[in-house]
Each structure stands twice: as C-alpha cells, then as structure tokens.
Design a protein around this ligand. Structure first.
Ligand SMILES: O=C([O-])CC(=O)C(=O)O
Ligand SMILES: [Mg+2]
Length: 703
C-alpha cells in the first residue's frame, strides 16, 4: 500500500520558496535522493540531511567560505535550502517526476499557482509516495524486481521473440496472409499458412466485404472483436479507414447491445476484471497485465452503462470500445491502453439470474466498502504505473461519479468522460451552432432534461466559458441555464432535498412539474437531453420550442439510439426543418421539404481520444478545466463552412485523426501554460508533434 501522509507533519513549514536557480539545484537533489524511498520516515531521513549537506557544501565553497562557514553549523544559505526542501515537500503531492521536471524547467511559479487553484487554496497537502520506478542510476526497474526485498513476491515475466505458430497467434504481430516469403522463411511459418501472399489493403477489402454480409450489428461487432483478438493492426487499419461505417459497430450504439449480451458472446477477456474477490490484492492483479508502459486506463464499475443502466461486470464492452477509439481516433498505442472493469456486484436482477452472467453474483457493495475498494484501486494504479497514467472514469452512476472525480482530481490524473468529455463536445457544438443561429453564449437560454453527470457537466462548462467571455461571476452565468429532472424544474424551493451536484442550478422560480411546462415557462433557445430516457422530446415539446425560435438548437444526447430523446426525423419534421439538431448516437440524414439535413453526432468520442493524446504527449500530471475548454475550442474550430451548409455543427468523423491532433495540440499547449506539463522541452509545433506521436496500423517488416 502506498504511504500517504501530511506534508505538514513531516516537514517544518517553509520559510521561503526557492529561487529559480535554487529550485533547479533542488530538483537535482530530489532526483538524487528520491529513488527507492518508500516511507515518510525514510524520506525525511534521506531527503533533508542530504539536501542540507549539498547546500552546506555549496555555501562553504563560495559565499559561505567567505563568511567563514565551518560546514557544521547551518549558514543562511543552508537554512534557505532547508526551507526550499520544505517548500518542495509541500509540492511533493504533484508527484516526484512531475515536480522535478517542471521545477527543472523553471516552471515552479506557474505550477505553484495552478496547483493552488486545483486544490482550492488551502486544502491539505497530501503526499502520495508514488511508484519507486527507478533505482539508483535512473534505469527503470520495470517489473519491480530490483526493488523487491528477498521476501517480496515478484512476477516472473519473460520476454521472447515470437516465431512460428506462436507468431500467428499473437495479435500484436500476426499479419495473416500478409507475411512475406522472406518472413515465412525466417520465422518458421512455412506450411503454417496457405501459399498466397496478400497485401494489407486486400485483407482490408476482404474483411469489409465479410462484415457487410452480416445483417445484425451484433454479428458485425463480434467479427470486429475477433479481428482485434487475431490481428490488431488490421483491426485498427480497418477502423481508421472506415471510421464512419464501423464506429457504430465497435462503439455506440452496438456496443450497448454487446454489453447487454456480453455473457453470451464473451470469448476472450480483453481487459482486466478486478472484482471484490481481489480486495487487498489489487496491486498484484495489475501486475498480471502483461504491459507495463500504460498511458491510458478506462475504468467502469458498470453501474450506468450508456442509458441502459446497471450491466455489472458486462460493462467491460465500454472500456474496450472507448480504448479502441483512443487508438483509432487519437493514435494512442494499443499496448499503452488498459481497459478495466471493477466488479462490485450488480443490482440487475435479470443478470443475477442469467446463467451466462460473467460477474459476481451478489448485489452491489456501497458506502465505505465501495470507497475502500476504489481507494485501493486508485492507489495501486498510481503505485504500479506512476503519476502520468490517465485514468478515465466511464459510466459510473451519478452518486459515485462526482465524488470520485472530486476525491481523486487532486491526487491523480483523472478525467470523467461522461461529465467532462461530454461537456467539452457539447460546448464545441454550441459554439459552432452560434455561427448558424447568431448571438453569443451568454445571449442564449438553456434548458436541460436530465440533471446527472452529462447535464450538470455540460451546464457547468457552458457557464464557465460564458463567465470567461463576459467577465461575469460564474454564479450569474449559471442563471441562464435551467435543468429539469424527474421531479420537474430544479428550483430554489427544492434546494434542501437536491443532490449536491444539482444545487447550483436551483434558481428562483415557481414549481414546474414537467418538461413541456418548463419549455413554455423558460422559453429556452437551446434544449439539451441528457436523461438517458428515450422519446422524451415529444412533438409538443419540439413544437413549443420551435414556436418561439426561428432556429431552435436541439440536442438529443442520450445513448444508445433507443434512448435518444427524439429521432432526427422527428426533430426536423416537428420543427419544420428549422432545428439545428445533433444526437449522441448516430442518425442517418433526413430529407425534409426537398432539403437534406445531416444531424451531427454530439458524442464524447470527438473529444476524449484527442484530449487523452494531448495529456499523455505533454506529460500532464493533472486535468484542469481549462484543458477541457481548450479541447472544445479546437473541435469547434474544425467545423467548416461546408459542414455548416449541411446544418452540421460537428465535422465528419472521417477527419477525426486530424481533428484529434488539433485537440491534442491545444490541450497540451494549455497544460504547458498552466505549468502542468512535465515533458520538456515543449515541442515547438504541437500539432506536428501530436501527429508524429500517433500510432500507425501499417504492418511492419520483420527481420
Ligand atoms: O459511450 C457513448 O456513446 C457516450 C457516453 O459516454 C455515454 O453515453 O455514456
Ligand atoms: Mg459514457
């Protein structure tokens, strides 16, 4: 278990902060002594005296000598060194490597203020002793074998060159019929393959042909999963080259059906299943995963899978699908991605009684037991993979999602896709929509149906951007935004009984019991559905908003398709072709009065792959709201006049890699500005750098 302790109890309070030069020396000292430190006491014992000696040495060799410093008593400079050490300790919670790198680059001032902002000023400074991944000399002890004492258990991982039959069974290296004659010769493949040698392009054509033969989306999904498990590069090549056709298969909406039936279609595990059975041993479980250089984890506890509810352990399809998109759309290497499902039980009776269910047959644990399990997981991830692994929370229920984000936002690199990713993509769509509809963000009035993660997350980011644009306090901006939940409009008289994340939206208004009445009372210009319930934007609702808006903006965001608040056809027909419309799941274009309307897909898939790439390529150590705004800005800038002409407020997915590179660059740029980026030096051209970091699925030649 990693050691967590309060800085204030371990170090004297800082008397001064180090100068830039002092900070650089400090960084060197930190690096010299930090390797292998495992406890608070050990850190104190090693860190301070060494640092003090270094400063004393310096002092006696220069100005200290002139002042007659004997090297034993602490001269002024040494005292300042100690104060600097204490200051460093206060910052220690940002992570040793992050701190060292940033301080080295002279970014200490920026980092200090940013971290202050992130932790809300005076929050206690929690020091997490993260992975002691390096031993003396800076050589990475990847598997922890050198660090381990004789009593500790290590995993006997071996690395070998694949050839022959094993090579064909290894999805990372298998190329099927595309192995060349020479490769077949040198890698003992003769006779294991039929004689034909084909190109990757031909293989691609063949698989697309086969996939199109399947009538049911679920069959296509299974074919794609088989391909991913058999030939990884071909899978990604296919997905990248046919993104618009295949996205609805490996992702929303088909992935939703796949999760519902996961027990029946399950053939091979594609990620880590960490259940309550592994309590107390989560770190060991992480070590069973063969890859060590993990950059992105997508984790779910399966309690709110899309708008489909509690699917327990079968929610695994979501992290697997999201991470496929991290690679295909954002270019993060597949080996750096780790899908995880935390099985804490399920309250889905149907699954509990399903003989094919793959999870624990018990009801969900809650309260302290849940919190402890999650805490063990979060600590183990940091201990095993270090400070800079991005942990994406996905499809947790409202009652946990907000708390997890708040709890771990200051100690880990965490991102909630449903709260923050959705917010970022919707804000981008709105900014683009204003070009069609006119007005500024602050001149519009927003009404949400659904006040959970997506609803309140989007509302908050809109308010934040509005506040930046108008230089008005955010509380004032929130007043332009109204939310309806299952009990009606959220108003101040309901404040006492509201969950904490809804309270900021309880404005002064009389009670309104349903959406239609709320539309008529508030007269919104923008209507956003995030309730997870289908067919709630009824004809009356759409007609009402269309009666007082020339071009109402209507976003039906709930997923999958069955849960969309209304269909594209309904939106265009009921608004008489005037709605600026987008949905969370894909819908086909609609002909209305001789004009073709193309609904955009306001799905977080536009944001998280590029956002994640930006985070990992800059070595960011924390996610900051400004980075979400940066992602949103970059996406909105990618919408072209040609897109607008079709009524689109998002660019097509066919350009997604280029879009992701721009998002990544903007996110990274903001991370550097905020002093949260640890990768130094900062690349000059961040878009080019993002592109150069992207995984390419083209086959490699084997010697
Ligand atoms: O997965 C999707 O399509 C979007 C999303 O995060 C959700 O609906 O929970
Ligand atoms: Mg989600």
């Amino acid at each position: 278990k990693p050691t967590t302790f309060q800085a204030s109890t371990c170090f004297p309070p800082p008397r001064s902060t180090p100068s830039a030069a002092g900070a650089r020396r400090l960084a060197v000292a930190v690096r010299a002594v930090a390797g292998g430190v495992r406890s608070a006491a050990a850190m104190r014992a090693r860190f301070l005296p060494l640092l003090a000696r270094q400063w004393q040495h310096r002092a006696s060799g220069s100005s200290g000598a002139r002042r007659g410093c004997c090297g034993r008593h602490q001269c002024g400079e040494t005292r300042r060194g100690l104060a600097a050490a204490a200051a460093a300790a206060r910052w220690w919670h940002v992570g040793r490597r992050g701190f060292v790198a940033s301080v080295e680059a002279g970014a200490k001032g920026e980092m200090e203020s940013t971290m202050k902002e992130i932790r809300g000023g005076g929050a206690p400074c929690v020091l997490d002793m993260d992975d002691a991944a390096t031993v003396g000399g800076g050589v990475e002890d990847t598997y922890g074998e050198d660090r381990a004492t004789e009593e500790q258990l290590v995993t006997p991982w071996t690395v070998s060159v694949a050839s022959g039959y094993n090579l064909l069974r290894d999805p990372r290296y298998n190329k099927g019929l595309a192995f060349t004659e020479k490769e077949r010769e040198t890698h003992y493949l003769r006779g294991l393959l039929p004689p034909a040698v084909t190109s990757q392009e031909l293989q691609e054509r063949k698989i697309m042909h086969n996939i199109r033969q399947y009538q049911l989306p679920l069959q296509r999904y299974m074919a794609m999963m088989d391909l991913q498990e058999g030939n990884e590069r071909l899978f990604y090549k296919l997905l990248i080259d046919n993104v618009e056709e295949l996205l609805p298969i490996v992702y929303t909406p088909t992935v939703g059906e796949a999760c519902q039936k996961y027990g029946s279609i399950f053939s091979r595990p594609q990620g880590l299943y960490i259940s309550l059975k592994e309590k107390g041993k989560i770190l060991e479980v992480l070590k069973n995963w063969p890859e060590r250089s993990i950059q992105v984890i997508v984790v779910t506890d399966g309690e709110r899978i899309l708008g489909l509810g509690d699917l327990g352990c079968q929610g695994m399809g979501i992290p697997v699908g999201k991470l496929s998109l991290y690679t295909a759309l954002g270019g993060v290497r597949p080996s750096a991605c780790l899908p995880i499902t935390l099985d804490v039980g399920t309250n889905n009776e149907e699954l509990l009684n399903d003989e094919f269910y793959i999870g624990l047959r018990q009801r969900r644990v809650t309260g302290q037991e849940y919190a402890d399990f999650l805490h063990e997981f979060m600590a183990a991830v940091k201990q095993n993979y270090g400070e800079k692994v991005l942990i994406q929370f996905e499809d947790f229920a409202n009652h946990n999602a907000f708390d997890l984000l708040a709890r771990y936002g200051t100690t880990h690199l965490v991102f909630n896709d449903d709260i923050q990713g959705t917010a970022s993509v919707v804000l981008a769509g709105l900014v683009a929509a204003l070009k069609l509809v006119g007005g500024t963000l602050a001149e519009h009035t927003y009404l949400f149906l659904g006040a959970g993660e997506a609803g309140t997350g989007i509302a908050e980011l809109i308010a934040l951007e509005m506040s930046r644009q108008t230089k008005t306090p955010i509380d004032e901006c929130r007043k332009k935004i109204w939310l309806v939940d299952s009990k009606g409009l959220i108003v101040s008289t309901r404040k006492e009984s509201l969950q904490h994340f809804k309270k900021p939206w309880a404005h002064e208004h009389e009670h309104v019991g349903n959406l239609l009445d709320a539309v008529n009372a508030i007269k919104p210009t923008v209507l956003i559905g995030t309730s997870g319930k289908g067919q709630t934007f009824t004809q009356e609702v759409v007609e009402a908003i269309s009666s007082f808006n020339e071009m109402p903006i209507i976003l039906a965001l709930s997923n999958p398709t069955s849960q969309a608040e209304c269909t594209a056809e309904q939106a265009y027909t009921w608004s008489k072709g005037r709605a600026v419309f987008a949905t969370g799941s894909p819908f086909d274009p609609v002909e209305y009065n001789g004009k073709t309307h193309v609904p955009g897909q306001a799905n977080n898939a536009y944001i998280f792959p590029g956002f994640g790439l930006g985070v990992v390529m800059s070595g960011a150590i924390r996610v900051h709201d400004d980075m979400l705004l940066a992602a949103s800005e970059a996406l909105a800038q990618q919408v072209t006049q040609e897109n607008f002409d079709k009524g689109l407020i998002y660019p097509p997915f066919s350009n997604i890699r280029k879009i992701s590179a721009h998002i990544a660059a903007n996110v990274a740029a903001r991370a550097y500005e905020l002093g949260l980026a640890s990768r130094r030096p900062r690349p000059k051209d961040l878009v080019k750098y993002a592109e150069s970091c992207m995984y390419s699925p083209i086959y490699r030649n084997y010697r």
